[in-house]
Design a binder for this molecule. Structure first.
Ligand code: HEM
Length: 138
């Protein structure tokens, strides 16, 4: 179980590296006015989104493994709240993918300031989930 938990946390870090950095790229991309910069951002965003999606999938695979093997059915409150927050995080991840496509199609409608706020969401979720998973309040 400890090996599975270790890989769960390793891939979670990979996922969050992307969740933190991709919206940062959106901040700079939204404020970028030259074509060369625009094309460079498109490549960075596409590659980063692919890596963080892999991180998300593997975090989920190892998380589900832990869940089904040791916590099924999920009756503990901390786990139920954690699963709800993960659902919100997956919606955010999908939204990041939609924004990557919007930039590629030249359809970005938001400012750099908007993305600065957008960028705060995964930090809040990270703090909440780690506190829940480690402290496990009854
Ligand atoms: C994607 C679906 C996920 C599922 C199904 C899941 C499920 C689980 C389960 C069942 C455990 C408990 C293992 C045990 O009994 O010790 C666990 C541990 C943990 N999870 Fe997740 N998890 C998921 C995503 C995440 C995410 C997104 C984060 C971070 C933001 C995270 C952070 C942690 C941490 C830090 C632990 C270790 C807690 C400890 O033992 O001290 N998990 N996960």
């Amino acid at each position: 179980m400890l090996w599975i938990k270790a890989f769960h946390v390793i891939f979670m870090v990979t996922w969050f590296a992307g969740l933190f950095y991709l919206p940062r790229l959106f901040v700079y991309h939204a404020d970028c006015n030259d074509q060369t910069g625009h094309e460079r951002f498109l490549v960075m965003e596409r590659k980063l989104f692919a890596i963080m999606t892999l991180g998300a999938v593997l975090t989920t695979v190892f998380g589900l493994w832990l869940l089904l093997q040791w916590h099924w059915p999920p009756l503990e409150l901390w786990l139920q709240i954690k699963l709800a927050l993960i659902a919100a995080l997956i919606v955010y991840h999908v939204q990041c993918g939609i924004l990557v496509r919007a930039f590629r199609a030249g359809r970005n409608r938001h400012s750099g300031l908007y993305y600065r706020w957008f960028n705060e969401f995964p930090a809040i979720i990270l703090i909440a989930i780690v506190l829940l998973a480690v402290l496990r309040p009854a």
